[in-house]
Write a protein that binds this ligand. Structure first.
Ligand code: CU
Length: 528
C-alpha cells in the first residue's frame, strides 16, 4: 500500500501550530482505506472536489475514487503520522508530518471478519433479502458500521479517544437502535467519532433548479460465488441506455441488496446526497453504499451526450455493474455520429462479457479426475472427467452447457453429453429406481437442472437419452480448517466419493479421495 508511490513518506517542514491540508484521493482499484492521524482530530473540509462545512472526526473510511480534503494540526515539534490502513487491516501506508519524536496514528485492531459476517448473516433472510431490524440503513451511519466492523466500533480504548461532546458520537446513535439488535451481542459504542455522510454539509445551498423531477430506483445486486455484479440483476450490456432530458431533475434511489459495499460513481455531474442537512445537502460524485443500505441522490440534468454511472470497484464495473445515461436530442458527437450503433457495439464488445476459464485437475495414484468450466455472466460450459489408471476403472466424461437463472443464480438448467467407456465388462447394476445403469459403454445426451442448496451443496437431477434418471448431491470445498477441504458426492447410480484436499498455495493442493469407481487414490490437485 502506497501514498504517492511510497510505503512511507515524510514531510519534515512543519512546526508546532501549523495546520496542514491534505488532499486525499483513493486511487485503489478495489481497496477501501481507513484514515487516521496521530496528532489529534481530523477536520474534514472537502469531499469529491466540493467544499463541506468543517467537521471534526477521529477517523474516516475512503472508498475507491472518493476524495477527501482534510486539515490536521501539528500540536508539538514532533513527527505525526497520517496513516491509511486497508479495510482488511492487512497493510497500511504512512505520511509523517514534522520532525522529532514519532507520534503514530491510532492502530486499528484486527478485523473481526467472521463476527461481522455472522452478524450480517443474522440480518438476512434465506432468500438473501434483508430482515427489518429497525436500523438506520443509510448514509454510512453507525448501525451498519457496527455490523461490518464490530472491532472498531466497540470503543476498546485501543484508540486515542479524547473526550468530546460531539452529538454525532457513536453511543449517542446507539440509543435509537431497535431492541432486536441487542440480542446480537453488539459491542458498546465508544467516544470515537467516525465520519458518515450525514455529517457532510455544503456551505452553500445545493437545491436543484425548479423543474420536472423523475425518480429512478436501482437495486445493487450481485452474486459473490459467481462474481457477477449488476443493477436490478442486469449487467450494463443487458440493458439499453437510460434516456434523460436536459432541464429535468433526476432522483436516484439506490438500495444495496448485496453483502458488499459499492462506491457508485456518476460521470460528468455532481449529485446531492440527500441527508439531514436539507437545502445544504452535500455535493458528491461517488456515493459509497454499505450492505443493505438505501441512499437517495439527485442531480440536475444539465449536460449533453452519454454519461456512465457505475460501481467504482474495478472488478464490479468490469462484471457489468453500471448503466449509461444518455441525453435525448444531444448535438451529434462527431466522434460517434451514430450513437445508437455505437452503443450496440459497446454492448457486444468482448470486454463487456468477459469469459473466464476455471479448472481443477486431480492427478492421483488411481487416475485423474477433475473439471473445467468456461463461464460468462449467465452461461457456463462445464466438463467433468474421471480417467482411471487401471483398465477396469475405465474412463468417463460428463459435459454440460447451461444458463444460470434468477437473482441469486442458484438454478442452472442444462443440456449435456455423457460418455462412459470401460474395456472390462462390469456387471450392469441397477440404480435406486431399478433402472439399469450401463457403466461400460454409454454415449447419451442429458437434460438436467442443478440447484444450489443452503449449505452450498449442489443438487443435480438429470435424465439421459436412454430414459435413465439420476439425482446427485455434491459439494467440493467444505472448509474444515483454513487449509483443509472436504469433498463429498453421492448419487442414485450408487456412486459415491469422499476426499480431502490440503491447500498448499494458490495453484496446488495435496489431495486424496475414495471413489466408488476408481477406489482409493492420493496425489496432487491443480487449480486454475
Ligand atoms: Cu461494486
Amino acid at each position: 500500500f502506497l501514498i504517492n508511490g511510497k510505503p512511507e513518506t515524510e514531510e519534515q517542514q512543519f512546526k508546532a501550530g501549523d495546520k496542514v491540508r491534505l488532499h486525499i484521493v483513493n486511487a485503489g482499484a478495489s481497496s477501501y482505506f481507513w484514515l487516521g492521524y496521530g496528532g489529534g482530530k481530523i477536520t474534514v473540509v472537502g469531499n469529491d472536489g466540493n467544499e463541506v462545512m468543517p467537521v471534526e472526526v477521529d477517523r474516516l473510511i475512503i472508498a475507491p475514487a472518493e476524495t477527501y480534503d482534510i486539515v490536521v494540526t501539528i500540536p508539538e515539534n514532533m513527527s505525526y503520522e497520517f496513516r491509511a490502513t486497508s479495510e482488511d487491516r492487512t497493510g497500511a501506508s504512512s505520511l509523517w508530518l514534522g520532525t522529532g519524536m514519532k507520534m503514530p496514528a491510532p492502530k486499528l485492531p484486527r478485523l473481526k471478519y467472521f463476527d461481522g459476517m455472522k452478524m450480517m448473516n443474522d440480518m438476512m433472510n434465506v432468500d438473501g433479502t434483508m430482515k427489518d431490524m429497525g436500523m438506520n440503513m443509510s448514509l454510512q451511519k453507525m448501525d451498519m458500521n457496527m455490523v461490518m466492523y464490530p472491532e472498531i466500533t466497540g470503543g476498546t480504548g485501543d484508540t486515542a479517544a479524547s473526550g468530546n461532546n460531539n452529538p454525532e458520537k457513536q453511543n449517542g446513535n446507539m440509543n435509537g437502535m431497535d431492541h432486536s439488535m441487542h440480542n446480537m451481542a453488539m459491542p458498546v459504542g465508544g467516544d470515537i467519532v467516525t465520519l458518515n455522510y450525514d455529517m457532510l454539509r455544503s456551505p452553500i445551498k445545493t437545491s436543484l433548479p425548479e423543474g420536472r423531477t423523475r425518480t429512478l430506483h436501482f437495486n445493487l445486486t450481485g452474486n459473490m460465488n459467481r462474481y457477477v455484479w449488476t443493477l436490478d440483476n442486469k449487467t450494463v450490456t443487458e440493458t439499453d441506455r437510460i434516456m434523460i432530458e436536459r432541464g429535468e431533475n433526476l432522483r436516484l434511489i439506490l438500495t444495496n441488496n448485496s453483502m458488499m459495499r459499492h462506491p457508485m460513481h456518476l460521470h460528468g455531474h455532481d449529485f446531492r446526497v440527500l441527508n439531514s442537512q436539507g437545502e445544504y445537502s452535500p455535493l458528491k460524485n461517488v456515493i459509497d453504499i454499505m450492505p443493505m443500505e438505501t441512499d437517495t441522490i439527485e442531480f440536475a440534468a444539465n449536460q449533453d451526450g452519454n454519461w456512465f454511472f457505475h460501481c467504482h470497484i474495478l472488478f464490479h464495473m468490469m462484471a457489468g455493474m453500471g448503466r449509461v445515461f444518455t441525453y435525448a436530442n444531444s448535438p451529434v458527437n462527431p466522434d460517434l455520429p451514430n450513437a445508437e450503433e455505437a452503443y450496440q457495439k459497446f454492448r457486444k464488445h468482448k470486454d463487456q462479457n468477459m469469459k473466464h476459464l476455471m479448472a481443477r485437475i486431480g492427478l492421483e495414484s488411481n487416475g485423474s479426475d477433475g473439471e473445467a468450466m468456461l463461464s460468462s455472466n449467465r452461461y457456463a460450459l462445464v466438463t467433468e472427467w474421471r480417467l482411471g489408471s487401471k483398465p477396469h476403472h475405465g474412463y468417463e466424461s460428463e459435459t454440460m452447457l447451461g444458463r444460470y437463472i434468477g437473482v441469486n443464480q442458484w438454478l442452472f438448467p442444462y443440456v449435456g453429453f455423457d460418455y462412459h467407456h470401460n474395456e472390462v465388462m462390469n456387471e450392469s447394476e441397477k440404480n435406486l429406481f431399478g433402472q439399469y445403469s450401463n457403466q461400460n459403454n454409454r454415449k447419451t445426451f442429458t437434460v438436467g437442472v442443478q440447484y444450489m442448496t443452503p449449505g452450498l451443496f449442489i443438487a443435480d437431477a438429470r435424465i439421459d437419452g436412454k430414459g435413465k434418471f439420476r439425482f446427485e448431491l455434491s459439494r467440493e470445498d467444505i472448509p474444515l480448517t483454513p487449509r483443509l477441504r472436504l469433498g463429498l458426492m453421492w448419487n442414485t447410480d450408487k456412486e459415491y466419493m469422499a476426499g480431502f484436499r490440503y491447500v498448499l498455495n494458490k495453484w496446488l493442493m495435496a489431495s486424496t479421495h475414495y471413489d466408488s469407481d476408481m477406489g482409493f487414490g492420493a496425489g496432487l490437485t491443480i487449480t486454475y
